[in-house]
Design a protein around this ligand. Structure first.
Ligand code: DMJ
Length: 746
């Protein structure tokens, strides 16, 4: 206590702060030049505190002066080493910092109350105080006592304190075993044990025990108040969500533990169908296929050389490229390319990729990721690598990542957030999205991966999450039968009525069809949703230009924008693939619709200088299939047009699709290939290349894979056994056991 009145090494932080402040502000003075009660010789004290023994004696305190001094430190009064003489220096005094620890003549409790023992005030001893000072001290003292009693009787832990402090016999006399928390004891029990242990350590010091208990009680009390306050400020739905969140956190921890201890259920790995890398019989086709494999080698080797372990490659700068879509997750190209390496027979590269994944692929990143992108590229890539190779590491990593994505679904409707911090589990939507909405193409493109995650983990939670999305969608009224691109996850209602089969909408439709196909055609709800949607799209969005090109426009609140994105070109393949499930009378129609879209998209390539298509092309202002705006003229190695050629080739074997695909290969080689890999282009209508300097991971995952498949026989990843996710990662069809048995019996 004595030290509290002095500026010495051992002082409490608050007091030290006060000291520094006071010293910097003005030379400290001592009342009447008397030495402080430090036990140090006066000369030393002076030297330390910069004291001047010749200073005049201070003015005696008045009650008012004392009060003001205690509260704001602005009135004249005596000081200790630590206190500036405010009145004489005009510097800000520190009295406000020291109401309890220091006071005139040696300080607060230490000086005032203890004055008779160690105070150094002139004429020291209680008798030396004036009546008003005594009154003030008494007031302070009684306030402190009231606080202690208040704490003892009204705080939640009071009973422990009462028994531990007031009515308890000396704890040191109690048997030690009694204080030990037993096995399985809760955290609070352990804490209690800790306090008791401290009591045991200071049997002769009840003051320390009181202090210890008070500190703990104060801490608990403050925490409880804080939590109660936060809870009261929340809406009932938010509280409900928090409860759910807590529950799921427990489930996730459980799952993680299970995984750590090898808890993933055993699954019988079925040898994949159609992964033998047979050479095509036709020599020209063989050569072409070999050329595409060489392109993959060029892309992969340069990524390896200049950007290994990073997300993507900058082929011009020859360094890594990081996209915010993946937060701090690394290795997008490695994971995205796995299955392409596998089907091309690039075994060494596949093993290198696997080793990297084993060692470095880490999802515990404190950064926001795009749930959609991470799902289609990372979850999708890992799942297909598992299904092709049977390597457990891929299944483990895929499930681990799936678990990390689950908090994205913590919204009132269960429609997931677009962005998620994988470490904190906090989600939000893109700031630009209409009224805080989630995006149809993003939350609608989780289904295939999540169904497989449930299949491989034995945990239905993933399937439940995506089936709930469908339930929400099915309850909503659709304008003209169309699905708007925006849906608010809080209200569960549509945002802006903007409909697109391109960006923001595209893969939602793709996943309806593929959910049906991947379920071995048992998910008839998905099939119905798909065909209903396609019917509405045909009625309201699909148009034919005067030059005879069929295109898919965008719909904005009933008005058409006659523009088609490169992304929309995937739809040709989708319509053709869906023909199989259509009513007989419509099957041919859908195949033809696919062919027409393929032709239009081919035109969008053919009408450029580079023979590669722009990001978006228009059918108005006298143009057809041409980009008219500068910011729509770029090509970023996207796959959608080639994807449609692949489906059209497989489903029709019309040779023009191979011809068109080869045109694309030549264009890529002529304009996108550079020393350091493949780059996107800023303007496909311009005679000389302006590179965007990014080799997108989907170039290896999709563009090159679809090209390779076009020049392979159909028994490489046959469509009867595999469904490609939207990033071209093949997933096996989940066979319905009952159906299998029925077929066999027949
Ligand atoms: C890919 O990541 C996927 O195909 C996605 O569905 C949309 N676009 C890119 C490539 O263009």
């Amino acid at each position: 206590m004595e030290n509290l009145t002095n500026c010495d090494e051992g002082l409490q932080p608050a007091v030290c702060l006060a000291c520094l402040f006071a010293k910097g502000a003005a030379p400290a003075r001592r009342a009447g030049g008397e030495p402080l009660s430090t036990g140090r010789p006066a000369a030393q004290t002076r030297a330390l505190g910069g004291l001047d023994a010749q200073e005049p004696a201070p003015q005696p305190l008045t009650a008012g002066g004392s009060e003001v001094w205690l509260l704001s430190g602005s009135a004249p009064g005596p000081w200790t080493d630590c206190q500036p003489a405010a009145a004489t220096t005009g510097a800000m005094p520190v009295g406000g910092l020291l109401p309890l620890f220091s006071s005139p003549g040696g300080g607060g409790l230490g000086g005032g109350l203890g004055g008779g023992l160690s105070g150094s005030r002139k004429g020291s001893g209680p008798a030396a105080f004036r009546l008003t000072e005594k009154f003030v001290l008494l007031l302070v003292f009684s306030a402190f006592i009231t606080l202690c009693f208040g704490a003892i009787f009204f705080l939640p832990d009071s009973s422990k304190l009462l028994s531990g402090v007031l009515f308890h016999s000396n704890p040191a006399l109690q048997p030690a075993a009694e204080h030990k928390p037993g096995p399985g004891a809760r955290a609070e029990d352990a804490a209690e044990g800790r306090v008791r242990h401290r009591e045991e350590g200071v049997p002769g010091d009840p003051g320390a025990v009181v202090e210890d208990n008070l500190a703990r009680i104060r801490e608990n009390h403050e925490r409880a108040l804080r939590e109660a306050k936060e809870t009261l400020q929340k809406l009932p739905e938010e509280i409900q969500r928090d409860i759910l969140l807590e529950k799921e956190k427990v489930a996730q921890d459980h799952m993680r533990d299970k995984e750590l201890f090898g808890g993933l259920p055993k699954v019988d790995f079925l040898p994949p169908i159609g992964v033998e890398n047979r050479e095509p019989a036709d020599a020209t086709i063989r050569e072409k296929r070999a050329k595409i494999k060489e392109m993959m080698n060029h892309a992969w080797n340069n990524y390896k050389r200049y950007a290994w372990g990073l997300n993507e490659l900058k082929p011009i700068s020859k360094e890594g490229h990081s996209s915010s879509l993946f937060g701090n997750i690394k290795g997008a190209t490695i994971v995205d390319a796995l299955d392409t390496l596998f089907i091309m027979g690039m075994k060494t590269e596949f093993q290198e990729a696997k080793s990297w994944i084993k060692k470095y692929l880490d999802f515990n990143v404190n950064a926001e990721v795009s749930v959609f992108e991470v799902n289609i590229r990372f979850v999708g890539g890992l799942l297909s690598a598992y299904y092709l190779s049977g390597e457990e590491i891929f299944r483990k990593k895929a499930v681990e990542l799936g678990v990390k994505l689950l908090p994205a679904f913590h919204t009132p409707s269960g429609i997931p957030w677009a962005l998620l911090n994988m470490k904190s589990g906090i989600g939000r939507n893109w700031p630009w999205a209409s009224g805080g909405s989630s995006i149809l193409a993003e939350f609608g493109t989780l289904h295939l991966e999540f169904m497989h995650l449930s299949h491989l983990s034995g945990n239905p939670i993933f399937a439940e999450k995506v089936m709930n999305i469908r339930t929400v969608l099915n309850k909503l009224e659709k304008p003209e039968g169309l699905y708007p691109n925006y849906l608010n996850p809080s209200s569960g209602q549509w945002g802006q009525h903007h409909v697109s089969v391109g960006g923001l909408g595209d893969s939602f439709y793709e996943y309806l069809l593929k959910a049906w196909l991947m379920s071995d055609k048992t998910d008839v709800e998905a099939k119905k949703m798909y065909f209903d949607a396609v019917q509405a799209i045909e009625t309201h969005l699909i148009r034919k230009s005067s030059g005879g090109l069929t295109y898919i426009a965008e719909w904005k609140g009933g008005l058409l924008e006659h523009k088609m994105g490169h992304l929309t070109c995937f739809a040709g393949g989708m319509f053709a693939l869906g023909a199989d499930g259509a009513p007989e009378a419509l099957a041919q129609h859908y195949l033809e619709l696919g062919a027409e879209i393929a032709r239009t998209c081919h035109e969008s390539y053919n009408r450029t200088f580079m023979k590669l298509g722009p990001e978006a092309f228009r059918f108005d202002g006298g143009v057809e299939a041409i980009a008219t705006r500068q910011n729509e003229k770029y090509y970023i190695l996207r796959p959608e047009v080639i994807e449609t050629y692949m489906y059209m080739w497989r489903l029709t074997h019309d040779p023009k699709y191979r011809t068109w695909a080869w045109e694309a290969v030549e264009a890529l080689e002529n304009h996108c290939r550079v020393n350091g890999g493949y780059s996107g282009l800023r303007d496909v209508y311009f005679a000389s290349e302006s590179y965007d300097d990014v080799q997108q991971s989907f170039f290896l995952a999709e563009t090159l894979k679809y090209l390779y498949l076009i020049f392979s026989d159909d028994d490489l990843l046959p469509l009867e056994h595999w469904v490609f996710n939207t990033e071209a990662h093949p997933f096996p069809i989940l066979r319905d056991e009952k159906k299998e048995i029925e077929v066999k019996e027949k």
